[in-house]
Design a protein. Structure first.
Length: 63
């Protein structure tokens, strides 16, 4: 499922489905995303943070 989400997002991006992007202010950081490119960049960083927490939890569990 993970890859299908990426493929669908890429397809939608290439078809121009995100041209009407409404500004979105992230509540936790206060940053405002003004377009789809900023939103995709933020999403990648955000998911990286989750991945980091998962790795840290796994490390604690193994020890």
């Amino acid at each position: 499922m993970l890859f299908s989400v990426f493929e669908k997002t890429e397809s939608d991006y290439n078809c121009g489905r995100f041209k009407d992007f409404n500004d979105y202010t992230v509540t936790t950081t206060g940053n405002t995303l003004h377009n789809i490119n900023e939103a995709l960049q933020f999403s990648a960083i955000h998911e990286g943070v989750h991945y980091g927490y998962i790795l840290a939890l796994l490390k604690v569990i193994k020890n």
